[in-house]
Write a protein that binds this ligand. Sequence first.
Ligand code: FO1
Length: 324
Amino acid sequence: VITTIAGGVGAARLLAGLVQVVAPSDLTAIVNVGDDLVLHGLSISPDLDTVTYTLAGAINPETGWGLVDESWQARAMLDMYGGVSWFGLGDRDLGTHLFRTQRLAEGADLVTVTREIAAAWGLELSILPASCDPLRTMVTLAEDDPTDTDTPPLPAGTEISFQEYFVQRHHGVPVSAVRIGGADVALPSPGVLESIGDSEFVIVAPSNPIVSIDPVLAITGIREAVTARRSDVIAVSPIVAGAALKGPADRMLTELGHDASVVGVAALYSGFCGTFVIDVADESRAAEIESLGMRCIVTPTVMRTPALAADLGRTILDAMRGRS
Ligand code: FO1
């Protein structure tokens, strides 16, 4: 088995490449749940759903989240009532959250419910929430955030949830700190530590290091389990030529005092990761990465098409299987 530590869109694309080159039943994805939220009384797990929908070929290709062929009647009703509609839940997607919420209320754990959802989509890879316990990534605002049409103003120093930062405030306000709420008491889901320990190798997907990968590693025992496999851990940089392909990873790195470059990410990962994959655009930085004690692989990493994602998957396999 090959285990991938995953956030949302970048991880989902890589997994969609890997299933083209490895038997899906040999793949396990350990997925971030720090972005999860309860809204309208519903348990919503965006990264789990992004991975599931992408591998099912049902993701909305324009947004990278939510379902294709979506309609928005429920959201229109919320707008009519003056309800909470900043977090866009399409009608089809709502069915997933209704099912998850009901099954959790019946006493099923998040591993079971995630498996049921993946099975209904016909997926053979194993998608594991990093924890079944509540984990909440929280963001502290570095500056006053002025009001706009639908969000109230907030003073610098206010801590808000990840989705309030990412979606409600369009990740447009600088941050001064990120805290993974609940990480000190959350336990890894059943099977997570075993999967990391027993895998042929572990892939860290090109996801946001601070709000996608770190919330997984912050759960009791996971960072240690990954570190114990350091020489069998390969990470793909989410930063290419100093910029994030999607989302605020580059700005967040800078705001939190890191270098928004492949070298900055490699420095964050060097303690638990032995091989680091960078894009050809960053080739000139390879020696700096090797000076951190990591093997550096230079290859096209931008997964614009499923074929390019498969190529990246193949490069990762060759890099980890072709070692002496
Ligand atoms: N992202 C947005 O930018 N706006 C939304 O309204 C939104 C709704 C949403 C609903 C379900 C879901 O699974 C994901 C959704 N996302 C939305 C994406 C989500 O906020 C991000 O993909 C992640 O949490 C970051 O990895």
